[in-house]
Design a binder for this molecule. Structure first.
Ligand code: T3D
Length: 274
């Protein structure tokens, strides 16, 4: 039996990759199969340093409506692990959904979420786990967990939301499950840009290419590592130590010496990562 691809990875060009959640009829809700496919694709990206930046988006009119509730209630996908007890199986399932967030942060590529529509529940968490979010006017975000009897923090939302939005708005969203629409998302810094539907993906690609052109491959990787470490909570001294270590390593790369040399000739160096 062939399994439908619910998540597709394609190269836009040599260094920019596009991950598309592809189940538009369910607003790209994450079934167990989709979770497993996403896990596998992210595992591959872990070692794919030719791909320097990754864009995450959804097919159709939604970004991702969170866990596939229809698949759960209809029984079409059964338990995560039918050989286990209910609690054990549900815990494995939760760990699998949560592993997506961990993998999104762990892969070396900076992630740009091109949020083309609703991002609910785990779909909101996916967007939060990306480095940059840009949105179409149709984008809206909510902690849908709240509305179905779950806690308001899931798949990393309670980690990211206070950092991105501050504790008051984060708590309001987690307690209420209310939607934050594109204009409010822009005003509060949840997204860095709102573009019309037609130009959203093009804007994400343009931003990704800007990252590739303006920052060395090693620089991109160590910047993402730094963002990860700093967001875990570090003292100023620890941050300075980490930045110093990174810059001393970067100073030894050919991309550093060659770009400085190109600068003296008023030329632009093309980064190669050799
Ligand atoms: O439980 C666990 O597995 C633990 C993990 C939890 C993580 C979570 O993500 S929990 C949160 C799950 N998500 C939700 O609760 C959101 C449910 N969906 C909605 O509230 C609404 O659909 C939206 C607000 C997202 C969008 O509303 P709207 O009016 O724009 O679209 P719609 O008409 O409701 O949805 C379009 C179709 O997508 C519709 O199918 P139909 O009737 O056209 O055949 C709808 O049923 C389907 N759909 C939307 N969300 C989901 C879904 N199908 C499966 N799962 C969904 N989550």
């Amino acid at each position: 039996m062939t399994v439908e691809s619910l998540v597709v990875f394609e190269k836009i060009d040599t260094h920019v990759g596009l991950l598309t959640l592809r189940r538009p009829q369910r607003l790209n809700a994450l079934s167990f199969t989709a979770v497993k496919q996403l896990q596998a694709l992210l595992d591959r990206l872990m070692d794919d340093i030719d791909t320097r930046v990754v864009i995450l988006t959804g097919a159709g009119k939604g970004f991702c409506a969170g866990a596939d509730l229809k698949a759960q209630v209809s029984g079409e996908q059964g338990a995560w692990d039918a050989s286990k007890g209910r609690i054990q199986s549900d815990y494995l399932m939760q760990q699998a959904y949560a592993s997506i967030t961990a993998k999104l942060r762990r892969i070396p590529q900076p992630l740009i979420a091109a949020v083309n529509g609703v991002a609910a529940g785990a779909g909101f968490s996916l967007a939060l786990a990306c480095d940059v979010r840009i949105a179409s006017p149709r984008a809206r975000f909510n902690c849908a967990f709240t509305s179905i009897g779950l806690g308001g923090g899931d798949v990393g939302s309670s980690y990211f939301l206070p950092k991105i939005l501050g504790s008051s708005l984060a708590a309001e969203l987690m307690y209420s499950g209310r939607f934050i629409e594109a204009d409010e998302a822009l005003a509060t810094g949840l997204v860095s840009r709102v573009c019309d539907d037609q130009s959203l993906l093009e804007s994400a690609i343009e931003m990704a290419r800007q990252f590739v052109t303006n920052t060395s491959p090693f620089g991109l990787r160590i910047t993402k590592e730094t963002i990860n470490h700093v967001s875990e909570g570090m003292s100023l001294e620890q941050v300075l130590q980490l930045e110093n270590r990174n810059q001393v390593m970067a100073l030894q790369t050919a991309d550093f010496s060659e770009s400085v040399s190109a600068w003296t000739r008023n030329e632009k160096h093309v980064y190669t990562d050799h």
